[in-house]
Write a protein that binds this ligand. Sequence first.
Ligand SMILES: [Zn+2]
Length: 425
Amino acid sequence: MRAVAFLFLAIATTNLSLAAPPGKTAVKCGRLLDPDKQAVLQNAVVVIDGDSIAEVRTDGSVPDGATVIDLSKKSVLPGLIDAHTHVLLQGDATSEDYEAQILKESVAYRALRATAAVRIALHHGFTTLRDLGTEGAGYADVDLKHAIDRGIVEGPRLFVVTKAIAPTGAYPVLGFAWELEMPKGVETVDGADMARRVVRDQVAHGADWIKIYADRSYYKDASGHFASIPNFTLDEMRALVDESHRLRRRIAAHSMTPSGHAIALAAGVDSIEHGDVLSDDNVRLMAEHGVFLCPTLTVGAFVAPVRSKTNAIWKDLEMASGESFKRALAAGVPIAFGTDAGGFDWDKVNQAEEFRRMVALGMTPWQAIRSATVVAAKLLEREGKLGSLAPGAAADLVATSGDPLADVSVLEHVDWVMKAGALVR
Ligand SMILES: [Zn+2]
């Protein structure tokens, strides 16, 4: 009994350090960016009660007894959302990098490394992540999410998918001697019945989203058009989507080329991940049905120079992804900020680089900021709750010197972070 009581005390104490302080907090902002209204407020005060935003005052007043945080020299905005990450991965530009993690690191060790990754993300201003697959680390994302929620590990709020899904022969680890039973970076699904069973099983294990791989083996056909092997039949894809939606989960499709997009879109997926090669037909359908694009430009810039040494298609895909991004933007496709962090090393590249890549391809700084706040929140079905200054929204705030609307790259230098009312840095 004493041991139990002691343990409880230890957990309670740990929780306190990462929890919102009691009473109200008033954050005085030099420049407050409201992505919902696309407005800049000068000298506004964000009033926080517990873990959520109570109100935004524009008259500069502070509630009686509130703890004041003075950010009057800074730009303040809602916490950032990265809608495509892999916290259990530490860079996989080459298959050797990937295999070293899947084959030589235990899941426990990878989970320990993930605790460092989520801390980096949070300190860079990302208060929410949609994490799209553990890459062979089972359900460790669910464990990490719980550890963060309980205040044991410092990190962003996680939306997780567990194992992700691809058919037989479609996903590493591949190419080893046939008598070896190698681990896989995904859960294998063949056939519509199995698709439904696996979606049910992943949801039972804590998946907030379902993630599937729609295409692979990218190449250019004889006429120079991008092509690939679509991973699933329409029948399988429909079962995956229908079962996800029946269980009130959204479904994200890794899809690089039109042959993958065609089946994923016909079946009704909620987001296309990467979308390096988007046809006019693809973007029209996505805009019509509100299917989100998560462009992951940063991972493209990271892997293309390395992978194109052995296969030139990766350079071609990176070039095409810029054009596809512009086409999607012009067509009004909802573009949610996503980087594929984990595909690049968490400790070497700041995922906030995605902002300047988006702006270089034609987004305004406001559009880029909205993609990482209100648009990503809509993708997550948390409108007005995340990435927002609305009363009742999570008290997730970040601050930086400089003006992100003049130079969006200042978001790579976030130096103050609050998550759910608790001061992170
Ligand atoms: Zn990914």
